[in-house]
Write a protein of this length. Structure first.
Length: 289
């Protein structure tokens, strides 16, 4: 009678078997991924959009045609709804854009029929058009007020060396003085002058005939810095001192800063012979609250 045991042929000591098993575990190759795992690793299929698209833009709801969103192919909206990118949906199934939707209706109106926003919303819609990269809308808005006038103003300000730096200096000085004095407002002196060389009424007839005849060393006699906090100028343009003052006040006001100004005199520094500086000095009052 032959007895057959459950031990496989060729098995040795149990400890040897355990060591062999451990070695196999150490060098075991990764398992082949299942079909489900492989599907998860694959890129998402192109997203399909309906012909009528419901939108949720920062909590505001809109509805438009897919063709409207794709009107201009080089825009962000056209890229978003091209199917190449995944757009999340809200609980109602609307496609969600994480952006303030206040002016999105103006964006859609332009894409639908080329309508431009009212003048009071032009600046805000322009910023949205920049975000969505809608070139045709940007071009149209730049050609209407107030943006058209702003282009002219910026061309003038381009003649001002360090204009933006000087604005920052006005703000910093006014803030430091108000904090040091624990005051509601701060005052500082600002010089705004158009002409580089000094002019006085009785010198005007002789000034123009002499200005180009001075040597470099003589011209340096007229160089000086007025005793003010900030100085703007000189520049060569039709726009005058009052135009630049308007720009300064406008740009400070756009940053939420309350500013008043008045002329308090001229710089009386003596330069040479009968020439004095005579640059106008303005007092700026910055109110913080």
């Amino acid at each position: 009678m032959v007895v057959v045991t459950g031990q496989s042929k060729g098995s040795g000591d149990p400890d040897e078997a355990m060591s062999s098993s451990d070695a196999e575990d150490d060098f075991q190759e990764p398992a082949t991924p299942t079909a489900t795992q492989a599907g998860q690793a694959l890129p998402l299929l192109p997203q399909q959009f309906p012909e009528v698209v419901p939108l949720n833009v920062g909590g505001m709801h809109f509805t438009t045609r897919l063709s409207t969103l794709r009107r201009y192919e080089d825009t962000m909206l056209a890229a978003m709804f091209s199917g190449r990118h995944y757009i999340p949906t809200d609980a109602e199934g609307r496609y969600f854009i994480d952006r303030d939707g206040t002016y999105f209706g103006d964006i859609l109106n332009f894409l639908r029929s080329g309508d431009l926003p009212p003048r009071e919303r032009v600046r805000s819609v322009y910023k949205e058009a920049q975000y969505y990269s809608i070139g045709p809308l940007l071009d149209h808005l730049e050609d209407v007020q107030p943006l058209k006038g702003e282009k002219v103003r910026q061309a003038f300000l381009g003649l001002m060396p360090y204009y933006k730096d000087h604005l920052e200096r006005i703000i910093e000085i006014a803030k430091l003085r108000a904090m040091q004095r624990k005051a509601r407002f701060a005052k500082l002196k600002v010089c705004v002058f158009k002409e580089e060389m000094p002019i006085t009424p009785y010198e005007c007839p002789h000034f123009n005939s002499l200005r180009f005849e001075r040597s470099e060393s003589e011209a340096k006699l007229f160089e000086h810095h007025c005793e003010v906090d900030v100085s703007f100028g000189p520049w060569e343009a039709v726009a005058d001192v009052y135009d630049l003052l308007h720009c300064i006040v406008t740009d400070l006001s756009d940053r939420g800063i309350t500013v008043d100004h008045q002329c308090i005199g001229v710089c009386d520094k003596h330069l040479i012979n009968h020439y004095y500086c005579k640059r106008p000095i303005y007092e700026f009052k910055i109110t913080w609250w």
